[in-house]
Design a protein around this ligand. Structure first.
Ligand SMILES: Cc1cc2nc3c(=O)[nH]c(=O)nc-3n(C[C@H](O)[C@H](O)[C@H](O)COP(=O)(O)O)c2cc1C
Length: 221
């Protein structure tokens, strides 16, 4: 599984501008989409073939059984890069991630997640939050729509690069938000919207059914 090149996958996603724009006053937010350091396309060597990327997407499964061995620092750094390199509305990156490795906290997360025990089997659980400060620029559409898309794009990035590194993940949306908010001592602007365990898979689930192309896609010419 590790023949997939996680670094190549990240390079496909990464920009170079890493500045934190989330604390800017609303009048300053206008500038955040500007490309300050446009790269010469010749500089960006992409060696991963699209078919390799498709293989990663096709083979990713929701994993609900994990080996307990901890992740390496390199794996954690790669997951962070993947989360941060996702697109976001106005490039506001209106999202926050909490990497939970403490077992007692993980068991509390299981309780909040209606007893989904597999969550605490994994060495790492990432809790992903929207940040209501996006409202400053985009109003209710920002808080009710864009912020969730921002988080979802990050989470999918992380899940794909985890797969490329031979790690399993499972998107967990079924949980009570209040206890998670309290457990992580979150400020009022942050809302936990998903969590996902990450670890070495202890199962190989079959691919579940997907709808046909015709059921899901219409061509409008
Ligand atoms: C928004 C969302 C919420 C989900 N919540 C849960 C959950 O709470 N528990 C769980 O075991 N799986 C959850 N899943 C995973 C789905 O069950 C899984 O993606 C789906 O069955 C397809 O399987 P696959 O991921 O292996 O392709 C969630 C997925 C999404 C996108």
């Amino acid at each position: 599984m590790c023949c997939w090149r996680a670094r190549d996958l990240l390079r496909l996603q990464m920009g170079r501008n890493g500045r934190d724009v989330r604390n800017l006053a609303s009048e300053d937010l206008e500038d955040t989409e500007d490309s300050e350091d446009t790269e010469d396309p010749e500089d960006t060597e992409v060696t991963m073939e699209s078919e390799e990327l498709m293989d990663i997407m096709r083979s990713r499964r929701s994993i609900r059984a994990f080996h307990p061995d901890p992740l390496t620092q390199d794996q954690i750094d790669t997951l962070i890069e993947a989360l941060l390199s996702a697109p976001s509305a106005g490039n506001l990156q209106s999202r926050q991630f909490f990497f939970v490795t403490n077992k007692e906290l993980q068991r509390e997360l299981v309780r909040a997640a209606l007893g989904q025990d597999f969550i605490a089997e994994a060495p790492l659980v990432v809790v992903a939050c929207t940040d209501a400060r996006i409202q400053r620029r985009y109003g209710s559409r920002g808080t009710s729509l864009y912020s969730f898309m921002d988080v979802a794009a990050s989470v999918q990035n992380a899940m794909l690069v985890a797969q490329a590194m031979g790690l399993g993940t499972c998107w967990v949306g079924a949980f009570n938000e209040e206890p998670v908010h309290a457990l992580l001592k979150l400020p009022p602007n942050l809302r936990p919207v998903t969590m996902f365990p990450v670890g070495r898979p202890a199962e190989r689930p079959r691919a579940p059914h997907r709808v046909s192309r015709t059921a899901a896609v219409s061509f409008v010419e």
